[in-house]
Write a protein that binds this ligand. Structure first.
Ligand code: ADP
Length: 520
């Protein structure tokens, strides 16, 4: 059957061979197994069920949360010559009825469904009459409470699988699964460990950078102007910020579109179309934009604000370079963004353990912005991989500043944290170290500590940045809560005992504040 699948790959899609993971997944699907495929964005997940849908006897059902995109997805597949349809809340009763009849008559190979539909008794009653061969679950991380995008409606899927019967292949797909999330999905869907197929998260053609301490608007504008011939996405955190940046770019004669939830569906569609068909250079959008948009020649994804976790960041940044050509992923970091996310988590209705998890994810996102290690590897490790080599292309891999020994400085910070009994946050620690005359500090008698003023030749900002570096490199950890508190890790204890050294890149200037940045 796999030989036939290869034939169809050429016939229907015009591709010469399967990509990593695709063949393995498809083989298991043919064997009527339950499989979880974890592939990066742009890795070619859809083909893993589209091709089997042509070869299996019964219908392939695809469960997807992206109602607004279903029509586009289905149109695209129909264009490739595969008869497909969808059922969701945008259809009228009559349209749904007609669709069910056509399905019963075997007119379609593929059916796209929103998970909510699995709770409709009338639907279940009718679909029971249609032989199903494969159930594919797109964005399967939505099943996990530990994922970044948990959707309660996904919890109906295991019941639907039971309902559909035993002799059916099940294929769960996601681009963003930490080991914990992947274990969660496997448990919920009874997928054995051998059937979890990871193709690796590495995206060789993406160049990652984090930019700090620069004027964001002028950097963005300059960057886009220097890449006028290319397509790119600028992600902003809020609708207001999308509007502001869009206005600014348009004033600078940049051909820009915008996309956010506050616009009418029609206006969004017009802008999206112009961007997809290369009539515009840039799309300025909130995170609402991008899921399921199959534009392969996006050459850059710029984040004007930091997303709230690595999963979201990698998913959004991963929309660059789906065609395999070199592309840039640049993230602007401003400490303000941390507070915004903290506020949103605090205000959310999540229970305490879940809030803690969100804080933890946010912390790892912040650490990404402060690490000096390979940025691609930082992400890969986050997803549980153990990369052997560095990427060689990210901002840090190409940063040729030499390393300096920062052990003594680090020891000063650690002993200060220790003397403060690991009960205070970053601001107070850096105030003590720089010998601040702040009143609160005096009230707490922290000015009597032997570490008071040890780093008085540095500004508080510099010491703060150094603490961020120590956090990112796991010498310190921040215990979140209403007042986040700094604590020492075992690594810091080794440094204090003189058993380990701390090395840091020279100063913080060089490339990321250099106007002649090679990213341009
Ligand atoms: P994902 O859902 O994993 O993000 P898609 O399924 O949208 O990725 O595929 C990304 C792009 O790669 C699409 O344009 C798709 O047609 C293309 N693609 C998928 N499989 C192959 C293959 N074997 N060879 C070449 N291109 C492929």
């Amino acid at each position: 059957m796999i030989a036939e699948a290869e034939k169809y790959l050429k016939e229907y899609f015009g591709y010469v061979q399967f990509r990593r993971g695709q063949k393995n997944i498809i083989e298991k699907v043919f064997e009527k197994q339950r499989v979880l495929g974890v592939m990066p964005t742009g890795g070619g997940k859809s083909l893993c069920y589209q091709i089997p849908s042509l070869l299996l006897d019964g219908l392939t059902v695809v469960i997807s949360p992206l109602i607004s995109l279903m029509k586009d997805q289905v149109d695209e597949i129909n264009e490739a010559g595969i008869p497909a349809t969808y059922i969701n809340s945008s259809l009228t009763y009559e349209e749904t009825e007609q669709c069910m009849k056509d399905l019963q008559n075997g007119e379609y190979r593929l059916l796209y469904l929103a998970p909510e539909r699995l709770e409709h008794q009338a639907f279940l009653h009718k679909i029971k009459k249609v032989p199903i061969s494969l159930i594919a679950i797109d964005e399967a991380h939505c099943l996990s409470q530990w994922g970044h995008d948990f959707r309660p409606s996904y919890l109906t899927i295991p019941r639907f699988l039971d309902f559909a019967g035993r002799n059916i292949s099940v294929l769960a797909l996601t681009a963003t699964a930490t080991p914990q999330v992947s274990a969660d999905i496997s448990r919920a869907l009874s997928i054995s460990e051998d059937n979890v197929i990871l193709t690796g998260f590495k995206r060789e053609n993406l160049t990652f950078s984090v930019i700090k301490g620069q004027d964001r608007d002028s950097y963005l504008t300059d960057y886009i102007k220097k890449h006028r011939e290319q397509a790119g996405i600028v992600y902003a955190a809020t609708r207001k910020e999308v509007e502001r940046l869009h206005h600014k770019f348009t004033n600078e004669n940049i051909k820009a579109e915008k996309y956010h939830g506050g616009m009418t569906a029609e206006n969004r569609a017009v802008g999206q179309e112009r961007f997809v068909y290369d009539e515009s250079n840039v799309m300025v959008a909130t995170t609402a934009f991008g899921m399921g948009i199959n534009k392969s020649n996006v050459r850059f994804v710029l984040h004007a604000q930091m997303p709230r976790n690595i999963e979201s960041y990698y998913q959004e940044a991963g929309r660059a370079g789906r065609d395999g050509s070199e592309s840039d992923c640049i993230l602007f970091f401003s400490p303000k963004d941390i507070h915004t996310h903290q506020y949103l988590i605090e205000q959310s209705r999540l229970d305490e353990p879940r809030k803690e998890m969100e804080y933890n994810k946010l912390r790892q996102m912040v650490n990404y912005c402060h690490t000096e290690d390979c940025l691609q590897n930082y992400i890969l490790k986050y997803f549980g991989e153990e990369p052997k080599d560095t990427c060689g292309t990210c901002l840090h891999c190409t940063d040729d500043r030499s390393l300096k020994d920062a052990t003594t400085e680090a020891q000063m910070v650690f002993s200060c944290v220790k003397r403060m009994r690991e009960r205070y946050g970053k601001t107070l620690v850096s105030q003590v170290l720089t010998g601040s005359s702040n009143q609160k500090l005096r009230q707490l008698r922290l000015d009597t500590l032997s570490t008071y003023g040890l780093l008085k030749d540095q500004s508080q900002k510099q010491v703060n940045e150094f603490i961020d570096f120590l956090l990112a490199h796991q010498y310190l950890q921040l215990i979140e809560g209403a007042y986040p508190v700094l604590k020492l890790t075992n690594r810091a204890l080794h440094v204090l005992k003189g058993k380990q050294k701390v090395k840091k890149k020279e100063t913080l200037k060089a490339k990321n504040v250099d106007k002649e940045n090679p990213l341009f």
